[in-house]
Design a protein around this ligand. Sequence first.
Ligand code: SF4
Length: 97
Amino acid sequence: MKRRTFIVGMAATVGGSALAPLKAKEELPRLSESDPSAQALKYIEGASSSESVPKNQFCYNCKLYVGAKEDEWAGCQIFPGKQVAGKAWCSVWQAKV
Ligand code: SF4
């Protein structure tokens, strides 16, 4: 393999893999409170205004949240293939350590 071919191939591979997570995240549908799996785990999208949610427990500070604190929506290990709201909550919440 020629050196130039190798370098161009590596650039395409690195560029492609760096963009893949962003694209996948944007394409995931948002979890609805009416989804049976969401209802089973008492998922509440507006957790800050709900009295049934323990204080200061949100998806963005749950260790199962696949996103950053500032992300409005991100993946969750409990709801694969869906995004949950950063300010939501469910009964599986676990503190980030
Ligand atoms: Fe939110 Fe954590 Fe429940 Fe996922 S497991 S919905 S991140 S509280």
